[in-house]
Write a protein that binds this ligand. Sequence first.
Ligand code: YSA
Length: 345
Amino acid sequence: MKNELAKIYANTADAITKAETPEKIEEIRIECLGRKGALTAILRALKDLTAEERKTIGEEANKIRQKIESRLREKKIELERTSRESILKKEWIDVTRPGKQIKKGTLHPITQLLREAESIFASMGFATIEGPEVETEYYNFDALNIPENHPARDMWDTFWLKKLDNSEDRLLLRTHTSPMQIRYMESHNPPIRIIVPGRVYRYEATDASHDIQFYQLEGLMVDKNISIANFKAIIRLFFSRLFEKEITIRLRPSFFPFTEPSFEVDISCIICGQKGCSVCKQSGWLELAGAGMVHPNVFKAAGYNPKEVQGFAFGMGVNRIAMMKYKIPDIRLFHSGDLRFLKQF
Ligand code: YSA
């Protein structure tokens, strides 16, 4: 038995020396000292020996067990330390290394222009509100004094939508931001000073200055004594601040069913300084908005008494203003998704 004990110790010590992981150490411990381990078997067999043998073999077996236990402990500590070190080595991060530069995107030119426009109007006391892009026929046309079969509807042909319920009103993609004049006046009393930026849709052929979806910026000011002079002052100040230079305004007579009188708003050409160029078609003027004094029928539709209030309204084509400001030659570039275009802003 003594020989057997010496063999068990030699084999186990050898295995411990060669072990490379803490898991291997546990395996060796079970093989030697576990319930069915080699040394455990010898300790169990002691009872069958004589008293004399039991004493000497027992003492020897216990000594070997203690030695093996202490070698297992030491080796396990050593292996755990080295494996921690190797993990640290593997996962080491050089915190002083310069990071990878994350490419920053930029705001779309239309968003940039709208933010600037909103802040200029806010400085003149105008609140910014938004409205639905899916509109009813009533708000887009009827309430704006454009009844069914009115020839003005041809100017604003659009995309009609299928109705989801049994409501009377037909649905469409709004052709302008003007419906928000009615919606806002229905739920607010004068004085009113609002702008309504938003996307609008038209069913028409596209070219360099016409798209089927674009942005408009509606404006509405209503109070007791509002005149065209107020409009002219505000719009001139707006364009001068936006283009960062003195701008001259020209109001040209026009027609909109929801304003009386109505006019187109031209600004002095900022590209050529009114000398004449291809952008202003040699005229020295650029048309950027439609406007007018709010029609009495529009006030009536919104529940106001037209004898008590007056106001002006306007609708600017935001894309065309952005084209002027950033010198963009084709309106379709805004929706092209072309990064070479977008990266310039
Ligand atoms: C008029 C009077 C008011 O009291 C209030 C608003 C208005 C404007 C009116 N609602 C309207 O939509 N007029 S408009 O059809 O002439 O469009 C206004 C501006 O939108 C134009 O001056 C132009 O700058 C732009 N626009 C029109 N069609 C466009 C377009 N921009 C790009 N693509 C198109 N297809």
